[in-house]
Design a protein around this ligand. Sequence first.
Ligand SMILES: [Zn+2]
Length: 427
Amino acid sequence: MKILIKNANLISMDSKREKIEEGIDILIEDKLIKKINTDIKENVDKVIDATGKVVMPGLINTHSHVPMSIFRETVDGYITQDWLEQKIWPMEDKLTKNDIYYASLLSFIEMIKTGTTTINDMYFMTEEIIKAAFEAGIRLQTTRTLMDLTGDGDVRIKELEELIKEYSSKDEKITFNIGIHGFYTSNDAYIPKCVELAKKYNLPIHIHFCENSKEVEDIKKGYEVQSPVELIKRYFKGMHIILAHSVKLTQEEIIELAKEDIYVSHCPVSNLKLGCGIAKITNMQENGITVSLGTDGQGSGSNLDLFETMKFTALLQKGIQENPKLLPAYEVLKMATINGAKALGLEDSIGSITEEKIADIIILNLEEVTTKPLNDTFAEIVYNIKGTNVETTIIGGDILMENRKLRKIDEKNIYEECNQVIYRIQN
Ligand SMILES: [Zn+2]
């Protein structure tokens, strides 16, 4: 299928074209971006008129727990450990495969409707999440969460390897990483086994790291180390490492960490809501660490709207460091797009609108009072645009939403199914 997007204001996020370009046409052929130019003449199956609109790469969410959509707004007033032990874990114990499938679809609807085209997930019953991703048409990097608290660690590794074998070559939209829940839910005997699997299939490591003070204390005691960074060096040396959160790191630890191949997924909304603190991301960037953006699950992060995450990201750093020069809007846009692609090892195929890359594209409607007058489009997107301004979402050349209408999923049915799931597991 050939699609021609006409007359766009293009924000490509390609390092060779960092300015906004007006009057640009983009030709999509099957799943690829074939041509970017002014006034492309081509016989196509569909034309999308993007006059007055912004066309940019789909956003990339580098840390989430997709089926946790159904736990939205259950955390207010709890400290993390109480929330997990008293609310989440008893409900998770009751989840069936069908529940995971519907809860995943709810997240995928939310992604498509707020302009996120790729998500990095960490949960269980992964086969159901993959099934939902196929149906929704979204791009998913996933895992089966690895931990070793109750003696089932080896079974989890076996399950993940089976998933990798089954789905790695089925659809380019599904990729894997080795998602280790955390050092505090693993141990010295278990982590090397996870690393072995990562090396066997040449996959990135994805792990929660230094999210809060208690975790850091538990790691120090459990592994008898001075700093959690020692564990990164001990187990993951030379590997591609996605660290979710990384809130509780000192300046010295960041410098030490930056010597490895580190990709931090910054999840400011979840970190604030759980009272964890604020990650020193500008410091990380100064030391060469790639920072991308995540939402975490909606249980702690409220929603999957990465436009909201971009705004929090910029404002927090300017505010806490009393320096408005930090994180210009374009830098924040990079975090939500090309940096996310780098974090997931997918920068050759997604993260920017570039010829021969995959067509993961969103179209924004900027016709809002809050964007008038349009003085600085990059800043308008970071500060004044919401996920609901996304008008059209294309993933792999497939139009999943056009003019805010979903084309593949019956959303009302999914909302009803999810209502029934949460009612059942709460009672
Ligand atoms: Zn998380």
